[in-house]
Design a protein around this ligand. Structure first.
Ligand code: SF4
Length: 573
């Protein structure tokens, strides 16, 4: 008998089914992936199991846990099953952790409320659990407030709170989506280790995560199961078109030809740039150039300084030292002092398209706005023609003119943002995590669109991303940042095939590969990125570097050229 058996689960809102006849089973000790794009209904299924759906949802079918029916069950059954025997891990740990209680107190409360430990035992049990999920110095974290922990540590604390009552099943809903790739690898490794005692239902849009961590998978599309079976066989021969599309759309860091190198002249260069926030040096002595029609990716984890660097290029953050040179002229450090023509030539696309669009404005006005500022003499008719032309360029067209942002899907909204940036025919487009919030197939379309615009217009792109698989597919060259410094800069082909810096190697190795038959991934990189206020002496990467030697602790490595790659590592050879 399965531990969890879902049969014919249907969830409706105002009569409309968002989950339609879903069947799913999780055996004891098994790991099952529930996969789908946003809106496919996967999180709704998890909420139904946990009894956390809003009151206006109506559900039918059956959810059986360890032989007991949960739909329509009495409070006593629900309290026992849902609070004690099923643990939950969300994407955002702040949803699960109480900000007003220290970590230790929260975990003790769970033990005590289920009568699982007396007062004296509880402290020891909690500290043991904090150690088990890999929190460094567990006694100290026991007394810490949630806001004092880093994102990765909070995620571990939440996993500890989900596991402390020794549940039979752990439901993890996009548990690593908000984490950096090296921390994601640590958390997935942790989930793998706790599986000895606990079955896992892993809900995710990331096929790489499923391929590496689930024996079975179920694929949802628009609330219905379209495929279900062993992960290996579904990857080998997907039964349904949607599964095939998902697998095809999953970007891969381990294969694919990056675009061929570009040999045009430089359009924009950054020299010895530094950005400071008080004592904190967010960007330290970074130099690079972008050619006409070239895409240069800036890669790094949170706190690496990649977004600060991009903002400094745009003049949205002042440079402490260094310069930005565009079309041969050194630019003023702040955008207000830059000539209007320069401002129009450098445009930005953000990560979150919906919040970047004014909800009160129709698409026509949103896209036309930059023209009103930069080309005030343009008459109404010409302006409208330009807007329609650029909407067509991004694959939307005239019928979108009168829509409001809330009438757009995520992918359409991001196309509108790109249209607004392109309507001025810029020379350089800076994309800051511009595809990070998009589903696989939409992401592929938007990347294709950027490539096409580049081919047609010679647009140069600075592509900031934490997603190395995406970077591999779009960038001609890539620069890797760690702790505010440039640690490697190379042609993308060389960077992905033969990375020279140990951090680049670890970053690439940490990306989950959507292929279940590939060899197991290497052990995750230990630790987290260092504090920018007091970075470690010598090479900032040395506390995490598997190759570190005495010289690494004593002396910061300078950037030098080794085999055509710029790299900052004493042992790059
Ligand atoms: Fe590792 Fe040393 Fe190279 Fe830094 S300089 S990356 S510590 S080998």
């Amino acid at each position: 008998m399965s531990l969890l058996t879902i049969r014919g689960l249907t969830i409706r809102y105002e009569g409309e089914a968002v989950v339609d006849g879903v069947d799913l089973a999780v055996e004891r000790g098994a790991s099952v992936g529930l996969v789908g794009e946003s809106g496919s209904g996967k999180s709704q299924c998890a909420l139904a199991v946990l009894g956390l759906l809003p009151a206006r949802a109506t559900l039918s079918g059956s959810i059986e846990f360890d032989g007991r029916e949960l739909i329509g069950a009495g409070q006593e059954v629900l309290d026992d099953v849902r609070a004690r025997r099923i643990g939950i891990v969300f994407q955002d740990p702040m949803l699960a952790l109480n900000p007003y209680l220290r970590i230790g107190a929260q975990l003790k409360q769970i033990l005590r409320s289920h009568g699982l430990a007396d007062r004296r035992e509880a402290d020891a049990r909690v500290i043991e659990m904090l150690a088990r999920v890999g929190l460094p110095d567990p006694e100290r974290q026991f007394a810490a407030w949630p806001h004092e922990l880093s994102g990765g540590m909070r995620q571990r604390a939440m996993i500890a709170s989900a596991l402390i009552a020794q549940p039979d099943l752990l439901i993890a809903d996009e548990p690593t989506t908000a984490l950096d790739v090296t921390v994601q690898a640590q958390v997935l490794d942790l989930l793998e280790r706790v599986r000895e005692d606990t079955a896992l239902l892993l809900i995710t849009h990331d096929l790489g995560v499923v391929a590496g961590h689930c024996e079975r998978m179920t694929v949802l599309e628009k609330g219905r199961v379209v495929d279900s079976g062993s992960t290996t066989s579904l990857f080998r021969s997907p039964g349904h078109r949607h599964t095939r599309d998902l697998i095809a759309a999953a970007p891969r860091v381990d294969r694919g030809e990056p675009p061929a190198p570009v040999t045009t002249g430089t359009v924009l260069s950054v020299g010895n740039a530094a950005v400071e926030f008080g004592d904190l040096r967010a960007v330290d002595d970074v130099s690079f150039a972008v050619g006409t029609g070239e895409t240069v990716a800036i890669v790094g984890e949170s706190g690496s300084g990649k977004s600060s660097l991009a903002r400094a290029v745009l003049g949205l953050l002042p440079l402490a030292t260094g310069r930005v040179v565009y079309a041969g002229d050194a630019l003023a450090s702040v955008v207000e002092k830059r000539a209007l023509a320069v401002r129009r030539d450098l445009q930005l696309v953000f990560q979150d398209p919906i919040s970047a669009l004014d909800p009160q404005m129709r698409v026509q006005r949103i896209v036309a706005e930059p023209l009103v500022v930069h080309e005030p003499r343009l008459d109404e008719k010409r302006r409208r023609e330009r807007v329609i032309a650029v909407l067509e360029q991004v694959g939307l067209g005239e019928r979108f003119l009168r829509r409001y942002p809330h009438q757009l899907s995520g992918g359409e909204a991001q196309r509108v943002c790109i249209a607004r940036a392109l309507v001025l025919e810029p020379k350089v487009l800076i994309c800051d995590e511009a595809v990070a919030a998009l589903d696989g197939s939409v992401r592929r379309q938007v990347l294709g669109l950027l490539r096409e615009v580049q081919r047609e217009t010679g647009l140069s792109i600075i592509f900031i991303s934490h997603d190395l698989a995406v970077v591999r597919s779009i960038s001609h060259r890539a620069l890797v940042m760690y702790s505010g410094r440039l640690v490697e800069l190379a042609q993308s082909g060389a960077l992905f095939e033969a990375p020279r810096h140990p951090y680049t190697q670890a970053l690439i190795a940490a990306v989950p590969v959507p292929d279940p038959v590939l060899a197991p991934r290497p052990a995750p990189l230990p630790g987290e990125a260092p504090s920018l206020v007091s970075p470690p002496p010598g090479c900032a990467f040395h506390p995490r570097c598997p190759l570190a030697e005495a010289v690494c602790r004593a002396k910061a490595p300078a950037l030098r050229t080794v085999g055509g790659t710029q790299v900052a590592c004493h042992l790059a050879e």
